[in-house]
Structure formats: C-alpha cells, structure tokens
Design a protein around this ligand. Structure first.
Ligand code: 5GP
Ligand code: MG
Length: 179
C-alpha cells in the first residue's frame, strides 16, 4: 500500500459535505424535536462526521460512542462484527440514532442495530455519511444518507487507509497511477 503510487480523486469536497450536513441536520432536528435523542457514534470512522453533524442539530441531544471491529489494514471486511466497546448508559426512553461513516456490506449497521434494540430504546434509526448500496450483503437501508457512492474504496473525513488519512477534510478515492 504505497500511497506515492496512487492518485487521489476527490469524491465529496469540504463544501459538498458542509452543504449536505446542513440539510441532514435540519431534517434530523425536525424529526426528533420534542423527543429524547441519543446519538450513538461508531468509532473510529465516524468521529469526524459525528462531530460536524451534531453541531448542525438545533435540538438537545446526548452523544456516546461505541467501538466495533473494522477492516483493520485491508480494504475488505472480515465479515464478522464484534463490539469492542459497548454503550454503558441506560438507553430506555431514548430514540437512538446510530451514526457511522459508511455502509458497505451492511453487516456492521445491521449487527449494531440489533444489539442496541436489546437495550429497549423507543426506536433505533441510523445515519451514514456514505452509502455503497452495490456492496450490500445483508438487507439494510440507512434512514439518513449523506451521499450515495459507487463501489470504490474511499478515504478521508474519518475514513482510514492503513491507519492514516482520517484527518483529511474531504472524501477521496485512491487509485493506482498507471490505471
Ligand atoms: P460494513 O460492515 O457495512 O461492510 O462496513 C462497515 C465499516 O467498514 C465502515 O464503518 C468502515 O469503517 C469500513 N469501510 C467500508 N467501506 C469502506 C471504504 O470504502 N473505505 C474505508 N476507509 N472504510 C470502509
Ligand atoms: Mg467503521
């Protein structure tokens, strides 16, 4: 994985993301107004998205983080999801909104939603910055989607390549230079 031999193609610019997040923030605020909302953010990939999204909400919200197993250093999922760090708060009486960076196979989101339902919340919905519907292995359609994207490995804005590039403020695709 030699980044020097790759080209970066910007898929969602900072401006695209900022504009879309304003819309999503408004939509989510309107849906959860007068409801008890708990945002559950999946680390590490969604930390940037969550931080920006929650600042676009104009309603009270509680926020906590959960860690699930991820892709590690490769670009393919291992296929099995593990909860590495669970929510310890009592989620009864709350509407949960799970926030993740991307839904790919859908395995993570499906597993997390089923898991959170066992904590007896009022409802569980999900919001992802990016959706790759072509890659789906299990049936799940995110309730709120920032951008629907083609089947490409994307990096930046929280998403990693190796352990790096999470801090890049836009989403880009990495391709080989000679392709
Ligand atoms: P899923 O369980 O839906 O297959 O994948 C969930 C997780 O895999 C995402 O939360 C994300 O961390 C990682 N992932 C999936 N697709 C990509 C991608 O294109 N780029 C990166 N960097 N991570 C991805
Ligand atoms: Mg992830």
């Amino acid at each position: 994985m030699d980044i020097d031999k790759k080209v970066w193609e910007v898929l969602c610019s900072e401006e695209d993301i900022s504009n879309r997040l304003k819309e999503l923030g408004q939509e989510i605020s309107d849906v959860y107004r007068d409801k008890k909302l708990y945002v559950v953010s999946l680390l590490r990939g969604s930390f940037v998205f969550t931080a920006d999204l929650v600042r676009k909400l104009d309603i009270p919200v509680k926020i906590d983080f959960m860690t699930t197993s991820s892709y590690g250093h490769g670009t393919e999922s291992s296929g099995s999801v593990k909860i590495v760090n669970d929510i310890k708060e009592n989620l009864e009486d709350y509407h949960i909104l799970v926030v993740d960076d991307i839904t790919d196979s859908g395995l993570t989101m499906k597993y997390v939603i089923e898991h959170l339902k066992t904590k007896n919340p009022v409802s569980v919905k999900c919001c992802v910055l990016l959706d790759k519907p072509e890659r789906r292995k299990v049936e799940i359609e995110p309730d709120y989607v920032g951008f629907t994207i083609p089947d490409k490995f994307v990096v930046g804005y929280g998403l990693n390549y190796g352990d790096y590039y999470r801090n890049i403020p836009y989403v880009f695709v990495v391709t080989d230079k000679d392709r």
